[in-house]
Ligand binder design. Sequence first.
Ligand code: SGN
Ligand code: CA
Length: 539
Amino acid sequence: MKYISLIAVVLLFLSPLEGQTQENKIKRPNIIFIMSDDHAYQAISAYDNKLIETPNIDRLAKEGMLFTNASVTNSICAPSRATILTGKHTHINGKIDNHFPFDTTQVTFPQLFKKNGYKTAMFGKLHFGNNPKGVDEFMILPGQGNYINPDFIVTSGDTIRKQGYVTDIITDVSLDWLKREGTSDEPFMMMYLHKAPHRPWWPRPDKFKEFTQKTFPEPATLFDDYKNRGTAAKTAEMNLLQHMMYSHDSKIRPETLEKMKGKVLPVVEEYPNSFYGPYNRATAEQKAQYDPVLDSINNFFYENWPKMTDREKMKWKYQRYMQDYLGSISSVDDNVGRLLNYLDESGLAENTIVIYTSDQGFYLGEHGWFDKRFIYDESFKTPLLVRWPKVVQAGSIENEMVQNLDFAQTMLEAAGIQPPDDMQGESLIPLLKGNKKEWTRDAVYYQYYEYPSVHMVKRHYGLVNKAYKLVHFYYDVDEWELYDRLKDPNEMNNVYNDPAYAATVKKLKKELIELRKYYKDSPEQDQKYIDLYESSGKL
Ligand code: SGN
Ligand code: CA
């Protein structure tokens, strides 16, 4: 038996690739990496169906693996993307926040795919301030991009405007590319990257209408008073009542606010052109579709807002937020369905790995918040679903602590490409194949840098394992927090100073120091990035 397989292997290597038919060639798997922006796992029904049904994304769980403990290394957009592309922590790849440019001299995984004979493409949001390297073709949004009739930068470097809704357009272009390039002899790696459901959450008009008629259950911690936590949770500016904007977020027209002058409106600072910036991108026809829904929101607000208690205001803002956020996600799910259907129809599904994730999680009213950045679960964790026919067991669930740091090495290994030695993740292939014994990691490392900045979440780093989360907030504070993840899954009680946890604190602090060393991070590095930030004029 051994000899027969040895002969088979020798024959395989001796046989010329040229002239082979598609069937008898051992084809490396195609990869479609789907990532949306700010898509909380709480808003994927494979994780939790309290808020929304996402039947198409759920297919990946039914036909593949759902990771329940996937997290990011730094919960913010561009740094997360840099970690995914380089397979390195923020302090190594240098993309500490959304402001500093990405160092494009670094090796990213798409370059390695291209070098190794894959066709490569990237469509949607990158958010780096520079264009992707290592892809044959791209069409990316400039910066954050727009929902309605968005502009895109294309492979030639030109900027073009596309008519329509961003999520549909990104899918159309991805499908066109797949139809053109997907059936050739070379395998492909395509990054399909949604802008949705990023703020300011403009759903397509039909979804806007549909979702504004719905009411959503509130999270248990909507009225969190941050009593048993440190300064960072109390001073963050992402509270729905205090920091969510009337025009920018809840879609109250400036004229409505003007008419209400003198009536008690808690002060919330707006971005300039908050409402008309996105709205005026729409054509007259598109505006006519948005207007009746906007009218009804504005009429309700005008009539009722001044009479509401703070508690009622919070509840109303939460509903408005969920309607638009989930309405945007509904389009993502429909479009993932279009893509999966095409894979089925074209016969590509069988040899294509499909990954679905987000650049981080998001608060959907938990702790009274929107946005992300914190190491607390809703933003630290990110959705991760992987379908790989014949390799990953359909309907499997994996609870190990995996990170976006691991994606590059996983995809490279799946394609038979040797990952560079300096990548810092672990390939998820053993987990995907069900070989749990080969998995040794029991804790992950996290660090967030963008402070002071929008939403004012303080700098912090920490260690997370299945049982505990130890966090150090630094820069203008020096505070530690410890959460017992099993007893307090909502992270409402910092037990760092509880004598019952003294031994745990001692042990975890030691482990955190070791983990920082392992990933080549240090207090000197923290200081280096503070100095860089302070001297950059970006504050
Ligand atoms: C924008 C958002 C913020 C968000 C950052 C970062 N405001 O500034 O709410 O935290 O982006 O988001 S917006 O209403 O103008 O979009 S990230 O996903 O790019 O990191
Ligand atoms: Ca994001």
